[in-house]
Every structure is written in structure tokens, then in C-alpha cells.
Design a protein around this ligand. Structure first.
Ligand code: IVH
Length: 688
């Protein structure tokens, strides 16, 4: 067995090598799990032998105490900026100037993406990262060593070299990292970042490096600053290779090209790929490849003569807000959307932009009539970055999300701890019904091929469908009568509907669209309970005992299954033949009809068992006594007075004081129509 320090050193080297395969070569050699195991092994050794812990150990990225301010760093070699070219002609002029100075006709360049983040200088001494600084004004920057150390792709020590060198490159945030970060900000009711650049800068410049550690920051190296004890290669492309060998990620998009023709061809190619790139770029940089030429050309007014940034068309443009409308999502969340005067941004015409929520509207003080800067990037929904206040017309008014749902008219509420406003209409709201249906039919839920947005719109708008289960009830002729449908597509759809009936419990649960129950949670619940009925009976305490299920999810699940209309829809779906293999079959109650036994669908014959109802007010189409008898036949307990144990209050005309009391107790209310729908559907499905 090797000595402890040797074991520790070997482990660190192994981890660093795997970092190199992962971050530099983009070709990991071990699974994340095995990597984590190596890290844990190192951590436990270092815990037992703290005397061997060094700052360059991969375990020591986070942990520095928060600062009260950033120290100033004077760059040994200034960090230059780049001159811009906006047209092909300006690039041609750049090349012409170089030819004249060097008196050479053909020049080789390296073309690189111009990353939209912030430049940093990383100082390594004897191969170890000792200091990191932002560019600042080019002469002086801020020391951000602790923050930079938390970025996993930046090596804490050079691979195979113990020299003194400054490495320069860009810290940025990927498009997905940016989206995730903003979603998190939105959920926490915090200010959104206008673009990935701001997000990267804001994330790096945190006085507490712990905060930086949680942000998805990336790094790509593109040059060196001061260097000692090592000769630079002849060309920039070789320098990039050297940076990779030292363990720095370098963009795979860097390319050696010949003359302006090569530069412009590269530009067109990258412009075409722009939306597919994982990070945002705002241009392309052309750099004279030969370092001796770079030296000869030198710099003028803080920008080198040997390089230029060829800007890509802007992702931002200014336009006017014509109106603000709200969209209603599946769970009733209202999202305000700005309708814009059409404007072309990066070759795409934009007419809408998301405004996220009321807080964001207030923060930006957005009003109808305002001129705003909008921004689009890739496939992402365009956003309003800022309002141009000096262009605000007179007479504008602050905007508030409506108090009533624009689709169904139900009350809109705002839960205290949430940033979003919600329609309380539930499935009686057509917008929510459409979205729920779309979700139910989606690929990862019941996967009903051919049942898309347009069809769903039609069947809901035409009132052909009231609940999820109704999709299994429409006839081929009914489907065929819809727009853009014919006999053949209707028959195909019926086949897809039939096929969707055989599913899994996890898909079914996910498809129900229970709030906070995504695919993973649905899977966890399905595996734990094995069958739907046990899950439906579970209380919050039971649910919370399951690993990965917290109090919020537990509450949502219980609330969902407590609502009679949800239970009714589930029963209806099962009655239509929606089924899945049960892992643990509950003993069937006696008298299960023969066909149901064959289909393995186990239905309790008294679906309202365990539910307590109270009736109040006058019912118009049946007497309270009749309602009571029918509810009892379905297993419900019907009592005369309200208590915490009451599940539903059925409210007729002139309800009196019970209604108020039920509202205080948070008891679910059912009007006469709701009661009849519940009775009829359950009686039909249970052949009473
Ligand atoms: S080279 C002397 N290469 O652009 C050359 N810069 O306007 C200086 N940038 O501050 C930098 N991608 O933040 C270079 N591939 C790239 C770049 C790049 C982005 C940024 C960098 C710099 C700014 C200069």
C-alpha cells in the first residue's frame, strides 16, 4: 500500500485527468457516479489527514469566507479590447491594412466565436492558480480568485507544467444555464437577468463565493498574458492547443482559415449555426495566426491591429407594446404577454414577448404604449429587456393582471409565497381544460399521437369535451367532423386513443397533471404504491415518508385526490378501459363484474367511501333526502353539521350560515350541477 500522501496525490491526479477528459476533450472516461466516488474517497482521506490538504486539491474549490469588497488588481499586461467590424467591407479594410503593414499578400487567421461573457485573467505560479481578476478597464480589474476557483472547468493546477503563466479567456453562462437561473430567480421572486452576459457577470461578482458556486458558469480560454519559463509556439492555433494540453477548455469552433475569404466563410457558417450553439455569441473574432506578425502589428489605442471582432446581427431591437394580454396555463397560472408592433430581430419577426409576472412588470414599470428593447435568442420566447422611458407617451397607466380570468371569468388569486397569479376556475376554465388535455395526451404522458393543440382547441371550444375522460367517448364521426380532419385521420386517431389506454401507472399519474408532480415524482409514487388506490388513500404523513417526497408535493397529491371531480375523472378513465399492469393487486371487493376482472381493472364499488358530505340550501332538481340516499349508495357519509372532518358541502339556493363556516374551514364546495355530475358519472361507472 502506498503512503497516505502518495494515495492522496494519486487520487488528485486521477480526478484532474478525468476533469481534462470531461471539460477539455468533451469525452468523459468514467460515469458521474464513479467520478463522485473518487471525490468522496479523496474527501474522506483529507478529512482524516488534514495536514495533507492543499489549496490546489479538487476538494478545495468552495469554502473561502465571504469578502466585504473585491481587491483591485493591476494587470501586468493590459487586457485589450477589440475593434469592431459590422460589414464585409470593414473586414476587407482590416485585412488590407494588415497586408500593407506586413507587406505580405496571403495571411492566415484563426477565426473564433466571440463569446458573450466577461474576460478574466488567471494567474498561475509554478503551475498553481494563485489569482484571478476581471478585465475591468483593461488596466485594473477586480480580484475574484475565490469565485473563479468554484468554476469546475478552470484547472486549479496546470496539467504537466509548473510554470508561471497568465491564461486569459471568457467566463460565460450557457443558454440552458441562463434559462435555469432565470427560472430559479422567477420562482424566488427575484429580479431576472436581462441576458446571459449580465447573468454571468452577476454570478461571478458575488462577495460570497458560495453563491458563485451554485451558478452554472462556464469558461473557455483564448490567449495568454505574462508568461515565464516557457517559450510560446509560433502560431495562435498552436497556442490554443497548448492551452488544451494544460487543461483549459478551448472552443471547438476555433478554426484556422486563409485570408478574408476564409474569414467570411467562417462567419456565414457560424451565423447559420447561431441558434443551435449551446452559448450565445455576439460576433466572430479573426486573429492573425502567426505570433511574430501579431507582435509586429502591435496595438493602437487599447485594441490590437492583428485582431478584429466581426459582429453578428443584434439579438435586440426596439419596438412598441400595443397591448398586454394574459395566457392561462395548465395549472391556472396567468402569464402576461406583450403584443408588440412587429419587429425583425436577427432575421426573425417578433410580435409577442413574455412579461413573466406582475412583479417583473412592476420592476420594469412596463406599460401599454411604451417603447421597449426586446431580445430573442434561439428558440427561447422573446423577452422585454428594458423600457425606454424617454419615449413614453403621455397618459399611460400602470398595468395590473386582471382580477378575473379572461377565459372563464373565475376569480384570480395570488398565493402569498408565489410570484404568480392563478385562475381559480380549475377544469371549468376552458384554457385550463385545453392545457390539461394537451398535457394528458403528450408524449411522456398517455402519448396519444395525432391529438394535438388544434384538435384540442376545437373539441373544447365546441364543448364536445368537458373532462379528460370524454376524449375516449367521442365517435369517429365526431372526430371526422372537425376542421382539418377526415375519415381516415379520425380512424387513425381512434386507433391511437385505443392504444393509449394501455399505459403505466407512472405515465397515468404524470398525465393527470397534479401540481408539482413531474415525471420523476410520478415514477417515485408509482413505484412506491404499485397501485393507484393505495396512493389515493395515502395521507400527507405517509407520503412524506417516501424519499424525495416533501411536504409540498405530499399536500398537492392529497388535495388532488380529495377533490371529487378528480376522483370521478379517474374512475371514468378507468371505465373507458385505461389500464396499466398493477404490481400489487389489491383484493377486489366482492361482486366485481366478470369483464372487469378480466381487464384487471379493480374498482371499489363504493367510490365515495370515507368521504363525508353535508347538504345545505334548497336543491331544485331533487330533494335533499334523495341526494342523501344516492350519496350514501356510493359509500359517502352524509351528516347534518359541519366539522373539520367534512369533505364537501353541497350548496343549494339560500344556503345560510353553513356556507360561510365551510369557507372558514376550507371545505370543498359543490353546487347542484357539480353534485349531479358527480352522482351521474359515478352511478354510471358503478352501474348503480
Ligand atoms: S481576444 C487582444 N477572443 O471580447 C484580444 N476576446 O472586445 C483581446 N471576447 O474583453 C481578447 N470572445 O471579453 C478574444 N475569442 C475571443 C473572445 C474575446 C470574447 C471578449 C473579451 C474581450 C472582448 C474584447
Amino acid at each position: 500500500m502506498n503512503s497516505i500522501p502518495q494515495q492522496i496525490q494519486d487520487l488528485r491526479q486521477l480526478i484532474n485527468e478525468h476533469n481534462y477528459y470531461y471539460y477539455v476533450l468533451d469525452n468523459p472516461r468514467i460515469s458521474d457516479r464513479d467520478y463522485d466516488q473518487l471525490m468522496r474517497k479523496l474527501e474522506s482521506l483529507e478529512q482524516r489527514y488534514p495536514e495533507w490538504v492543499t489549496l490546489d486539491s479538487p476538494t478545495q474549490r468552495v469554502g473561502a469566507a465571504p469578502l466585504s469588497e473585491f481587491a483591485e488588481v493591476i494587470h501586468k499586461i493590459p487586457m485589450l479590447s477589440l475593434a469592431n467590424a459590422f460589414t464585409d467591407q470593414e473586414v476587407a479594410d482590416f485585412e488590407q491594412r494588415i497586408r500593407e503593414r506586413l507587406k505580405i499578400q496571403s495571411i492566415e487567421y484563426v477565426a473564433e466565436p466571440k463569446l458573450d461573457g466577461l474576460a478574466v485573467n488567471l494567474q498561475y505560479e509554478q503551475g498553481k492558480l494563485v489569482k484571478a481578476a476581471t478585465r475591468g478597464d483593461g488596466q485594473r480589474g477586480e480580484e475574484v480568485t475565490n469565485n473563479v476557483r468554484t468554476i469546475a472547468s478552470i484547472p486549479l493546477r496546470l496539467r504537466g507544467a509548473t510554470i508561471d503563466v497568465e491564461v486569459r479567456g471568457e467566463i460565460f453562462i450557457s443558454k440552458t444555464g441562463f434559462l435555469q437561473l432565470n427560472q430559479q430567480q422567477l420562482a424566488n421572486g427575484q429580479r431576472l437577468f436581462a441576458n446571459p452576459r449580465n447573468a454571468a457577470a452577476g454570478s461571478l461578482r458575488q462577495l460570497d463565493a458560495q453563491a458563485t458556486a451554485s451558478r452554472p458558469l462556464s469558461f473557455l480560454a483564448y490567449s495568454v498574458g505574462a508568461i515565464q519559463g516557457h517559450l510560446l509556439p509560433e502560431c495562435h492555433d498552436q497556442l490554443l492547443q497548448q492551452l488544451k494540453d494544460w487543461g483549459f477548455p478551448v472552443s471547438h469552433l476555433c478554426q484556422t482559415v486563409q485570408g478574408i475569404i476564409g474569414c467570411l466563410a467562417y462567419y456565414r457558417q457560424l451565423l447559420g449555426q447561431r441558434d443551435q450553439l449551446p452559448f450565445e455569441i455576439d460576433g466572430v473574432v479573426y486573429k492573425v495566426n502567426r505570433l511574430a506578425y501579431q507582435q509586429q502589428l502591435a496595438s493602437v489605442s487599447r485594441a490590437p491591429r492583428w485582431a478584429i471582432a466581426h459582429k453578428l446581427p443584434s439579438q435586440e431591437a426596439s419596438t412598441q407594446i400595443l397591448a398586454i394580454e394574459v395566457q392561462v396555463g395548465r395549472t391556472g397560472v396567468l402569464t402576461p404577454v406583450a403584443r408588440l408592433a412587429p419587429v425583425s430581430v436577427g432575421g426573425v419577426t417578433i410580435t409577442n414577448a413574455t412579461l413573466h409576472n406582475q412583479d417583473e412588470i412592476n420592476r420594469k414599470d412596463l406599460r401599454v404604449g411604451d417603447t421597449v428593447i426586446v431580445r430573442r435568442a434561439g428558440e427561447v420566447i422573446p423577452e422585454v429587456v428594458e423600457v425606454l422611458l424617454d419615449k413614453r407617451p403621455v397618459g399611460t397607466v400602470a398595468y395590473s393582471i386582471p382580477k378575473q380570468c379572461p377565459v372563464c371569468g373565475a376569480e384570480v388569486t395570488r398565493v402569498a409565497e408565489e410570484a404568480s397569479a392563478r385562475c381559480t376556475g380549475g377544469l371549468s376554465c376552458a384554457a385550463q381544460r385545453k392545457q390539461s388535455l394537451q398535457h394528458f395526451a403528450s408524449r411522456r404522458a398517455l402519448d396519444i399521437q395525432g391529438l394535438g393543440e388544434k384538435l384540442i382547441e376545437q373539441v373544447v371550444d365546441k364543448s364536445l369535451i368537458k373532462t379528460l375522460a370524454d376524449i375516449y367517448q367521442l365517435t369517429t364521426a365526431q372526430w371526422a367532423s372537425l376542421e382539418r380532419m377526415g375519415e381516415k385521420s379520425a380512424r387513425n386517431l381512434q386507433r391511437a386513443l385505443e392504444k393509449s389506454k394501455t399505459t403505466s401507472l407512472a405515465r397515468f399519474l404524470y398525465g393527470l397533471g397534479i401540481r408539482d408532480v413531474g415525471e420523476v415524482t410520478a415514477q417515485v409514487l408509482a413505484e412506491h404504491f404499485g397501485q393507484l388506490s393505495s396512493l389515493m388513500e395515502a395521507d400527507e404523513a405517509t407520503l412524506q415518508q417516501i424519499p424525495d417526497i416533501g411536504p409540498v408535493v405530499a399536500q398537492q397529491v392529497v388535495t388532488f385526490f380529495r377533490q371529487a371531480h378528480n376522483v370521478a375523472v379517474i374512475q371514468q378513465l378507468q371505465a373507458h378501459g385505461v389500464n396499466w399492469p398493477e404490481t400489487r393487486i389489491k383484493v377486489a371487493v366482492p361482486l366485481v363484474p366478470e369483464e372487469e376482472k378480466k381487464g384487471e381493472t379493480v374498482l371499489s364499488l363504493q367510490p365515495l367511501t370515507g368521504q363525508t358530505f353535508v347538504l345545505t340550501g334548497t336543491l331544485s332538481s331533487l330533494t335533499r333526502e334523495a341526494a342523501k340516499v344516492r350519496l350514501q349508495a356510493l359509500g359517502a357519509k352524509v351528516t347534518g353539521s359541519l366539522s373539520k372532518k367534512t369533505d364537501y358541502l353541497v350548496v343549494g339556493d339560500n344556503p345560510g350560515s353553513k356556507l360561510e363556516k365551510a369557507q372558514d374551514l376550507g371545505i370543498s364546495l359543490l353546487d347542484e350541477q357539480g353534485l349531479l355530475a358527480l352522482l351521474e358519472s359515478l352511478e354510471r361507472d358503478f352501474s348503480l
